[in-house]
Design a protein around this ligand. Structure first.
Ligand code: C5P
Length: 411
């Protein structure tokens, strides 16, 4: 399961992009369509919206689009930018760094691999300007699904016909497969806050949005892992393909996590505890009736919640899996405290972030962090949460125990 941005340009082959979207979905991928203004004249955005079940990106300047800086958000989330059909125009823009619409800006903003299926009139394809652009893009690592020969919509017979949708889908799938380094692995991610109920209407909570945990789950899915996502209350849409277990309080999260790690079934290879688990919960549990506003001061007695990560560390002692990763939101110099936590909770890596720094921590789309192990501390500069997820999984993968026999091998 990967997120593919499907760029569609204004050529007669645009209708075939619908079939490509379907084919990608049938292979388990999530598709986000990006239409150029001319593509939308051939095939309506509604068609792609209905098929992909995602909003269609097109107008970079439409109201609302820039609230999320969508071309940047999509650029960092996707695993493949696929353009079907690619016109001479978009190839010229890609080759020359012109970014005057959503698709051309996305090409510049993403570091994901790019696969392009050109389609145009025979003479256009053979023109030295187009040929030079294709060469330039190939030098930069862009891959192509070569156009075929045959009857062209303009009435000519020759080279320039869009490759068959099935061939485009197969080429995309091959490119995506190359990065499936967690195939056969089971990964458990916790995300979001936990909330501790005081009474039927009130609770103690925190500002965790769930974004960091969801980004890690999405990245693990993109790498081919089977992902269990244990999520506290969050309004976010979970990444497609994850098995989601909704929980509320810390105790419920502990039960859900331990059942998955220590229960029967396949061994979990990696646990990433991103959830901001409440440290305290009302002693004696939530009151059955709403607390009355009948006094000037209210004293609540709280007791410590179970430390799930430490419990996992104890459980794992003497076993070869799962690799355990924790998060630590700190203020000031986080490394020393993170390392102390790492040792006390017996985990392999702690992602420490100084939540007082701009761009770090709860809520936003970005994070600054230090990856702390027993011996090293690697600073990760400000980037999107998805980028941090990528670096984290890159560092964790070499620590995974050998795949259990019979599992699908990593490719
Ligand atoms: O000790 P501290 O709360 O800073 O540790 C943070 C790490 O421990 C996070 O990975 C968090 O998910 C985990 N944690 C936990 N159970 C708790 C509190 C924190 O698993 N009760």
């Amino acid at each position: 399961m990967a997120l593919v941005a499907l760029g569609v340009c204004g050529g007669i082959g645009a209708y075939k992009a619908v079939e490509v979207a379907r084919g990608l979905q049938q292979r388990g991928h999530d598709v986000a369509a990006v239409l150029t203004a001319n593509a939308a004249r051939f095939v309506g955005p509604l068609t792609f919206e209905a098929i992909t079940r995602r909003p269609v990106a097109g107008d970079q300047f439409a109201p609302g689009v820039n609230a999320q800086i969508e071309h940047i958000a999509l650029a960092s989330d996707l695993q493949l930018l696929l353009v079907v059909p690619a016109t001479a125009n978009i190839l010229g823009k890609f080759a020359n760094g012109i970014a005057d619409d959503f698709l051309s800006a996305l090409y510049l903003a993403t570091t994901a691999p790019v696969l392009v299926a050109p389609a145009m009139n025979t003479n256009m394809l053979a023109h030295p300007a187009v040929a030079a652009n294709l060469d330039r893009l190939a030098e930069r690592g862009v891959r192509f699904v070569e156009p075929g020969e045959g009857y062209l919509a303009c009435g000519w017979v020759g080279r320039g016909r869009l490759a068959e949708p099935a061939d485009v889908v197969a080429a995309a799938d091959r490119m995506l497969g190359a990065g499936r380094s967690l195939a056969g692995r089971r990964v458990l991610v916790t995300a979001g806050p936990t909330v501790e109920d005081l009474d039927p209407v009130r609770y103690l909570g925190n500002r965790s949005s769930g974004r960091m945990g969801y980004a890690i789950a999405a990245e693990a899915l993109a790498r081919g892992a089977q992902v269990d996502l244990v999520a506290g209350p969050t309004a976010l849409e979970p990444p497609a393909g994850a098995e989601v277990f909704r929980v509320r309080g810390a105790e419920e999260m502990r039960t859900a996590v331990m059942a998955r790690v220590a229960g029967d079934g396949d061994a979990v290879d990696l646990v990433v505890m991103v959830a901001a688990v409440a440290d305290y919960t009302p002693a004696g549990g939530a009151r059955d009736a709403k607390l009355l506003r009948d006094r000037d001061e209210l004293v609540l007695t709280l007791r410590r919640t179970p430390d799930i990560l430490a419990a996992l560390g104890r459980w794992r002692a003497g076993r070869d899996r799962p690799v355990l990763v924790g998060f630590a939101a700190e203020v000031g110099d986080p490394v020393a405290r993170a390392r102390e936590k790492l040792r006390r909770k017996q985990v392999d890596l702690v992602v420490a972030n100084d939540v007082s720094r701009p761009g770090a921590g709860f809520g936003g789309n970005t994070n600054v962090a230090t990856l702390v192990t027993d011996t090293e501390a690697e600073e990760i500069p400000l980037g999107t949460k998805r980028e941090l997820a990528r670096v984290l999984l890159d560092r964790v993968e070499p620590r995974l125990a050998p795949l259990a026999s019979g599992s699908e091998g990593a490719t």
